[in-house]
Every structure is written in C-alpha cells, then in structure tokens.
Design a protein around this ligand. Structure first.
Ligand SMILES: NC(=O)c1ccc[n+]([C@@H]2O[C@H](COP(=O)([O-])OP(=O)(O)OC[C@H]3O[C@@H](n4cnc5c(N)ncnc54)[C@H](OP(=O)(O)O)[C@@H]3O)[C@@H](O)[C@H]2O)c1
Length: 256
C-alpha cells in the first residue's frame, strides 16, 4: 500500500494567487509562502501589494507581486509571464479574485462575469503551458456557498459562482489527461478587517445578524480556515482529489 507523502511542505513549488493582496487571497498567499512555496500575487492596487510585501518581509518571507487588472485578458497574460519568469514556472494557480458584483444591473453582472468567472477561465487556459510542464500541477478556484444558496440581492454573484463551480468540474475532466487537478473551495461567510462582512456589520446590520444566526458555530469564518483547506487541496495529501468543490463554511450551508 502506497500512503504517499504526508506533507504540507511546498518547498520548490511555484504558486500564483490571483487577487491575493487582501482577505482570503492574502492569507492563502502567505500560507503557501510560509510553507516554503515561491509565490506570486496579482491585484490592482499597488498599496495593497506593498502592504502584503511588508508583512511578508516582517515574517522573513519574500513574495513576487504584480499590479494588474485581471478583468483584462492581456493583463492576465502579462502577469503569468512575469510570474513564471520570476518563479521559474507555475505549479499551482489559485483563482481568488472577485468583483463582488451583487446588483442585478450591467455593472453587477460585468463585475461578476469578468472577474469571478472569466479571469479564472482565462488564467487557467493561459497558464496551461507551464502547468503541463509541472510535475505536480493543480488549479484551485474560489467559489462560494452563494452558488448553492439563492438569495435576493446577489443574483450575478451567485450565478457566476455556480458557473465557476461547474467550470471546476468540467476542467477537472478536461485536464486529467495532463495530470492537472482542478478543485474549488466554496467558503461560507468569512470576516476580516476591511472585508465584506466587516463593512456589512455597520452598513447592513440586519443582513449581518441574519447571516450570523445561520452559522451553526455562532461565528463567522476566518481567512486562515480557508487557507488551510487551500493548502490541503493543493498538496500531495489531496493527490487523488479532483473536480471537488469543498464547502469551508462551518456547516453554514446546512442551515439553508
Ligand atoms: N469573504 C467572504 O465571506 C467570502 C465568502 C464566499 C466566497 N468568497 C470568495 O473568496 C474569494 C476572496 O474573497 P475576499 O472576501 O477575501 O475578497 P476581497 O477582500 O474583496 O479581496 C479580493 C482580492 O482580489 C483583488 N482583486 C479584485 N478585483 C481584481 C481585479 N479586477 N484584478 C486583480 N485583482 C483584483 C483585490 O485587490 P485589488 O482590489 O487591489 O485589485 C483583493 O486582493 C473571492 O473569490 C470571494 O468571492 C468570499
């Protein structure tokens, strides 16, 4: 019986985090780097990237950062080339960026479709030459339990995340011959400073309290709890897992 390597050591692996300067993506990037990976992060805002690099530096970690808008095909391509040059290739692609398009109008749909869906689709396709050259490649998409729970006021976001979850499964089949695993995480409501739920706590306290009441553990999730699942799914421990959408929600989806 081959039990395989029981490790979350990412030394020698090259990890790209799309939308990794804040919140969950930032935590995922720091977790991979802390586990030994060479990491590149893309986001639009230089200030967020500078703050991330300063934090990483304080922890004795070096990160490659790149300012770019992932809703633009040519800027995704530019980042992938810059990151692959800096890191020497790509083993893991984490598609984490979100436009948080909630409003059922042109801007809401454009934000969700261009960032949550098409940025992931395009980055996954454009990264293929490097992923195919990797000895142990995988793609991880950040979906949401919103894909499974219709809510008023979030149609573009929920529909787009449902598309991203479905895309994850079809890509898992398409890329299995290349030995590239494709999985997704569907977080529940995750709170952190300057994040969506911290803003809602003051801007929409009724929604905040109603959401909190539907989390069985009686608290919001933390970015680190999503990052731990991300490392697992991209590690050798998950080498026989592909096409899976893993809820990381403390049971929130069970409450309807
Ligand atoms: N937080 C939650 O409760 C929750 C729940 C379920 C699912 N999720 C999913 O988990 C992921 C992370 O969520 P989060 O709450 O941590 O998000 P967040 O705090 O809004 O951070 C999003 C990150 O993506 C970057 N980004 C956004 N648009 C971009 C663009 N067009 N081009 C490049 N970078 C872009 C942001 O930096 P810039 O703004 O500087 O570009 C930032 O680094 C998302 O996919 C989200 O849908 C979150």
């Amino acid at each position: 019986m081959n039990v395989g390597p029981r490790t979350l050591d990412f030394t020698g692996r090259r990890v790209l985090v799309a939308g990794g300067s804040k919140g969950i993506g930032r935590c995922i990037a720091l977790a991979f780097a802390g586990a030994g990976a060479a990491v590149s992060v893309c986001a639009r805002g230089q200030a967020g990237l500078d703050a991330l690099q300063a934090d990483a530096h304080a922890q004795g970690i070096a990160l490659h950062v790149h300012a770019g808008d992932l809703s633009r095909l040519e800027q995704i391509d530019h980042w992938l080339h810059a990151a692959a040059d800096a890191l020497g290739g790509i083993d893991v692609l984490v598609n984490n960026a979100t436009g948080y398009g909630m409003a059922d109008d042109e801007d809401g749909w454009a934000a969700s479709l261009q960032v949550d869906l098409m940025a992931a689709v395009r980055a996954s396709r454009l990264a293929l030459p490097w992923l195919r050259a990797s000895a142990d490649a995988c793609i991880l998409n950040l979906s949401s339990i919103a894909a499974q729970q219709p809510r008023p006021g979030a149609a573009p976001y929920g529909a787009t995340k449902a598309a991203l979850s479905h895309y994850t499964t079809s890509q898992a089949l398409a890329l299995a011959p290349d030995r590239i695993r494709v999985n997704a995480i569907a977080p529940g409501s995750i709170a952190f400073a300057d994040g969506l739920w911290e803003r809602r706590r003051t801007e929409d306290p009724a929604l905040y309290q109603a959401t909190l009441a539907k989390i069985p553990f009686g608290r919001f999730g933390e970015p680190g709890e999503v990052a731990d699942a991300a490392l697992f799914l991209c590690s050798p421990l998950a080498r026989w897992i592909t096409g899976h959408v893993l809820n990381v929600d403390g049971g929130q989806v069970l409450m309807g």
